[in-house]
Design a protein around this ligand. Structure first.
Ligand SMILES: Nc1ncnc2c1ncn2[C@@H]1O[C@H](COP(=O)(O)OP(=O)(O)OP(=O)(O)O)[C@@H](O)[C@H]1O
Ligand SMILES: [Mg+2]
Length: 588
């Protein structure tokens, strides 16, 4: 391109100047030629006239012979190839070399001086002139005829050729120099612009073209620089925006996967790596079908890119490991509305679904638990209203039952409230140093009447001086439930034992009974709310199945743990372990 523009301009200049010079020279040469010929013709005519005047004195001298005069005038010839002829009044010339019918001869006989230019019989162009020789009487007595070849004029012209050629060469050289300089002036900023454009397209957006002058090229350079500035700004804005979006996507807890229209994975965030169990570096740039196999996800992505369809599905466990995943997939469109890819957002809803299931179960359980005492209360109240009221003994018995059912209801509601507070972590513990031995002794003493009533032996052994940092009321609630359970599920004659001992910076409290035990399949569930190992039997004992769930929450809030071991028909042991230095505060 560089050569072509420079050479084009220079060559144009050259051609232009050459043409101008050629046309100019042609015109000048022609004009000069005409001028020379005219001048020459005039010289020839003057020659003729001078000779005619000389001849006048011989005109009337009859002794003069034409042939002699002719010889005489030959001396006046200034060139060898010039001719001078004399014609007598009859038009004869010595040797008959002159055609008396020639126009200049005829004009001369008519008394005029005349000239003409024409080609002679040998094909040579000549200049002719004729002048009359006037006698004393005023008559034309003869004619002087002079001719000379025109080539002589051209010779004169030819002498000018070197000068013309030199001028032409100088002109052409000037054209080359000026053309080259001018083309350089034009191409230099263009080349600089081209180089700047090349650097920009190679990615160096900070490049600017050197701008000079106020002409069109200067304006082009400035416009180019403005364009580059805007481009740089736009690219910076886009990359800022992109970084922001990437940061948002990376920080999202939802898994995000994006593909282009050829199904190639373009984006995969951290959450997606964890959920889909793929590595980002392994997935990026590969086809989603290859990375996700025949999984539903790649089908959804494909549906979005191929048909522009938005899909939302909950993928059950098994589709994506053991997780329940909510997947939304939508096509990505360009500003022209064309589908350029697809993006899928996946949310692990396993916990959410489990919570929902637990909530449904809780509602069902609560309703069920409330229904039993309420049905019983309503039944006895109706019977009383139907007439049983009149018999005082029956009325008292029924009212006692209603009273105890109401107690059960109140306990159930209290426990539920307690559990919900503990679960929502809105309960604040009030930790203080607690003498564990004293607390256990107090609990055991409180429940001793029940043990006596059920003919059970209740013993406790706790070394003095074990002090834990705990909420005393809450801890008493745990031990009360454990001992109460042990008493409830141990047949008369059995033994219930509460022991405390420090182990490795912790204290372990074991509540052991020689009761019925718990079936192995029930063991893992006894800490779940409303779970009762033997429903038919425990219903009568008035349990709601919330005690151990509450106990577990309280123990864990103290930084401890609770466990159970049991042998059917031999007995059960619950162990509560809490750190000796257990702190308190809000339940975490
Ligand atoms: N020492 C034990 N021996 C045998 N089974 C037990 C023992 N402790 C608990 N269980 C079983 O575990 C279930 C859950 O106990 P939990 O204390 O949570 O409920 P509950 O005693 O029935 O009712 P609540 O304590 O709310 O009055 C009981 O219903 C019972 O079946
Ligand atoms: Mg209980």
């Amino acid at each position: 391109m560089r050569r072509s523009i420079r050479w084009n301009i220079t060559a144009s200049y050259l051609v232009l100047v050459f043409l101008v010079l050629v046309i100019f020279t042609a015109y000048v040469v022609r004009a000069l030629e005409r001028q020379y010929v005219n001048t020459y013709a005039y010289v020839v005519a003057t020659q003729a006239k001078v000779i005619s005047l000389m001849m006048r004195e011989y005109a009337d001298d009859p002794g003069q012979d034409l042939a002699r005069l002719q010889v005489m005038v030959q001396q006046l010839r200034w060139r060898k190839d010039a001719t001078i002829s004399l014609l007598d009044a009859t038009g004869r010339s010595p040797g008959g070399t002159v055609d008396p019918a020639a126009p200049e001869v005829r004009a001369a006989f008519a008394g005029e001086e005349a000239q003409s230019v024409r080609t002679d019989s040998q094909g040579v162009k000549r200049v002719y002139a004729a002048a009359p020789i006037v006698g004393a009487d005023g008559n034309v007595v003869g004619v002087v005829h002079v001719s000379a070849p025109r080539i002589w004029v051209l010779r004169q012209l030819q002498r000018m050729a070197p000068a013309l050629l030199t001028a032409m060469l100088l002109g052409l050289t000037a054209a080359v120099v000026v053309g080259a300089a001018l083309s350089r002036r034009i191409t230099r900023p263009l080349l600089a612009l081209g180089a700047a454009a090349a650097r920009i397209s190679a990615g160096d957006l900070s490049t600017r073209a050197p701008v000079h002058g106020t002409d069109e090229l200067g304006a082009l350079g400035r416009t180019f620089n403005e364009m580059a500035e805007r481009l740089e700004q736009t690219v910076a804005d886009i990359s800022d925006e992109r970084n922001r979006i990437e940061a948002i996507v990376a920080a999202m807890t939802d898994a995000v996967v994006a593909t282009d229209r050829h199904d190639t994975i373009m984006l995969l965030n951290r959450a997606a790596e964890d959920l889909l169990r793929v590595r980002r570096d392994d997935a990026l740039g590969r086809s989603s079908t290859r990375v996700f196999g025949t999984r539903r996800l790649s089908a959804m992505l494909h549906e979005a890119t191929a048909h522009g369809r938005v899909t939302a599905e909950e993928l059950p466990p098994g589709t994506m490991g053991d997780r329940v995943v909510e997947a939304h997939c939508a096509p990505v469109r360009s500003s022209g509305g064309e589908v350029t890819g697809a993006v899928a957002v996946l949310r692990d809803v396993t916990e959410l679904r489990q919570t929902e299931r637990l909530r449904r179960e809780l509602t069902a359980n609560v309703s069920h638990e409330l229904r039993t005492p309420l049905t019983s209360i309503k039944g006895f109240a109706e019977t009383l209203l139907d007439g049983a009221m009149r018999d005082e003994a029956t009325a008292r018995r029924f009212l006692t039952i209603i009273d105890s059912e109401t107690d059960r209801l109140v306990k159930l509601v209290d426990d539920l409230l307690d559990l919900s507070l503990l679960e929502s972590k809105r309960v604040t513990l009030d930790p203080k140093p607690v003498d564990l031995g004293g607390l256990i002794a107090h609990t055991v003493d409180k429940l001793r009447p029940i043990a006596d009533h059920s003919q059970l032996t209740l013993v406790q052994s706790a070394p003095a001086g074990i002090v834990v940092f705990a909420d005393a009321d809450r801890l008493e609630q745990v031990f009360t439930n454990l001992v109460d359970n042990a008493l409830k599920y141990t047949p008369p004659g059995g033994r219930v034992e509460v022991q405390a001992r420090p182990v490795n910076g912790e204290v372990e409290v074991a509540v052991h009974d020689s009761g019925q035990g718990i079936q192995p399949e029930d063991l893992p569930h006894v800490f779940e709310r409303f779970y009762r190992a033997d429903r038919s039997r425990t219903r009568g004992s008035g349990g709601t199945g919330l005690g151990l769930a509450i106990a577990k929450h309280i123990v864990e809030a103290h930084g401890g743990r609770i466990s159970v071991s049991s042998r059917l028909n031999e007995g059960t042991t619950f162990k509560v372990t809490i750190p000796l230095s257990s702190g308190g505060g809000a339940i975490q």
